[in-house]
Ligand binder design. Structure first.
Ligand SMILES: [Cu+2]
Length: 139
């Protein structure tokens, strides 16, 4: 009993220590190069990811001041989620090969888009490096 409690405590400590601890330079900035809030687009839409103050490294490669892009569609990453690996689903696209643009298929209608850089293990940096969340209309 005592042993298992200790094990749980140890694992929790490790999890907390690893979460969202990769530092980002204060001047780091991620942004949409070719889209702005209110744009009307057709699907598939080519989205170009801008990054300044940091570099790109593929997922799994741990290098200081780098990360890989994530496109968040119709969702947001906030609160505790900022300390956890970004999920992998249709609302959270990972560009773990180091891609800086993508052709993305979106259903017709209004959608929010946000870029989030995350570290080698898909966890946002500290402080988080996120673009503004824009709304586009897909025709
Ligand atoms: Cu990722």
């Amino acid at each position: 009993m005592r042993l298992s409690l200790l094990t749980i405590a140890l694992f929790s400590t490790i999890a907390v220590a690893q979460a969202g601890e990769t530092p980002a330079p204060a001047n780091a900035k991620v942004y949409f190069i070719n889209l702005k809030d209110g744009d009307t687009v057709t699907s598939p839409v080519t989205i170009r990811f801008g990054l300044s103050g940091m570099g790109i490294a593929p997922a799994g490669t741990q290098v200081a001041d780098t990360g890989h892009h994530h496109l968040i569609i119709d969702d947001k990453i906030e609160g505790d989620a900022l300390n956890e690996a970004i999920p992998v689903d249709e609302h959270h696209l990972h560009f773990g090969k180091g891609q800086t643009e993508a052709s993305v298929t979106l259903p017709k209608g209004s959608h929010t888009l946000q870029l989030v850089l995350a570290d080698w293990s898909h966890i946002p940096h500290k402080p988080p490096v996120m673009s503004e969340r824009i709304t586009v209309n897909v025709e």
